[in-house]
Design a protein around this ligand. Structure first.
Ligand SMILES: [Cu+2]
Length: 182
């Protein structure tokens, strides 16, 4: 009888010990908090590094319904109203033309568009093999945690993935400084 009473306990203990390892595996290496004109905490981005690129999970609220461009910008500064301090797109070597669909592109900041639902929320996962959170990859990809940092910027309208310099995406409506996770 004792054995049968202990067995479930042992299983529970094993599950408890296994949980942190699983969580660590998926833990983001960097996070970012979006601010908009109206809301200093309009959402988050979690960035996790895989063998060849970075997965970006984006959860934002308060956007205009419809498609929006989102890019990696070169400076981790969202302190001004128009978010111009975040600079242009991240780039690890000589600037390439912007645009995921541009025959001469893309640049390192380019990402697929996100879509805000009727209630203004975005829940999306993006992927880029042109950026990294690891200093040792900085020769081959744009290093997001470099000295002046970097930011994720959401634009007023969608990126046409072709025109210069930012795909006709219009003004900057949300900005998030990328920070190394604890
Ligand atoms: Cu942009």
């Amino acid at each position: 009888m004792t054995f049968f009473r202990l067995a479930p306990l042992a299983v529970t203990a094993a599950a408890l010990f296994a949980a942190p390892a699983l969580a660590d595996h998926h833990a983001p290496l960097a996070t970012a908090t979006f601010k908009t004109q109206e809301n200093p905490e309009a959402g988050t981005a979690d960035l996790s590094e895989g063998p060849e690129g970075v997965v970006i999970r984006v959860n934002v609220e308060g956007l205009t319904p419809g498609w929006h461009a989102i890019h990696f910008h070169a400076v981790g500064d969202c302190s001004d109203a128009a978010y111009k301090n975040s600079g242009s797109h991240v780039q690890h070597e000589e600037k390439e033309p912007h645009g995921l669909l541009n025959p001469e592109g893309p640049d390192d900041g380019d990402l697929a568009n996100i879509y805000a639902a009727e209630d203004g929320t975005v829940n999306a996962e993006l992927y880029s093999d042109r950026v990294t959170l690891k200093a040792e990859e900085a020769d081959d990809r744009a290093y997001l945690l470099d000295e002046d940092g970097s930011a994720l910027v959401i634009h007023e309208g969608p990126d046409d993935h072709m025109s210069q310099p930012i795909g006709g995406a219009g003004g900057r409506v949300a900005c998030a400084v990328i920070e190394a996770a604890e």
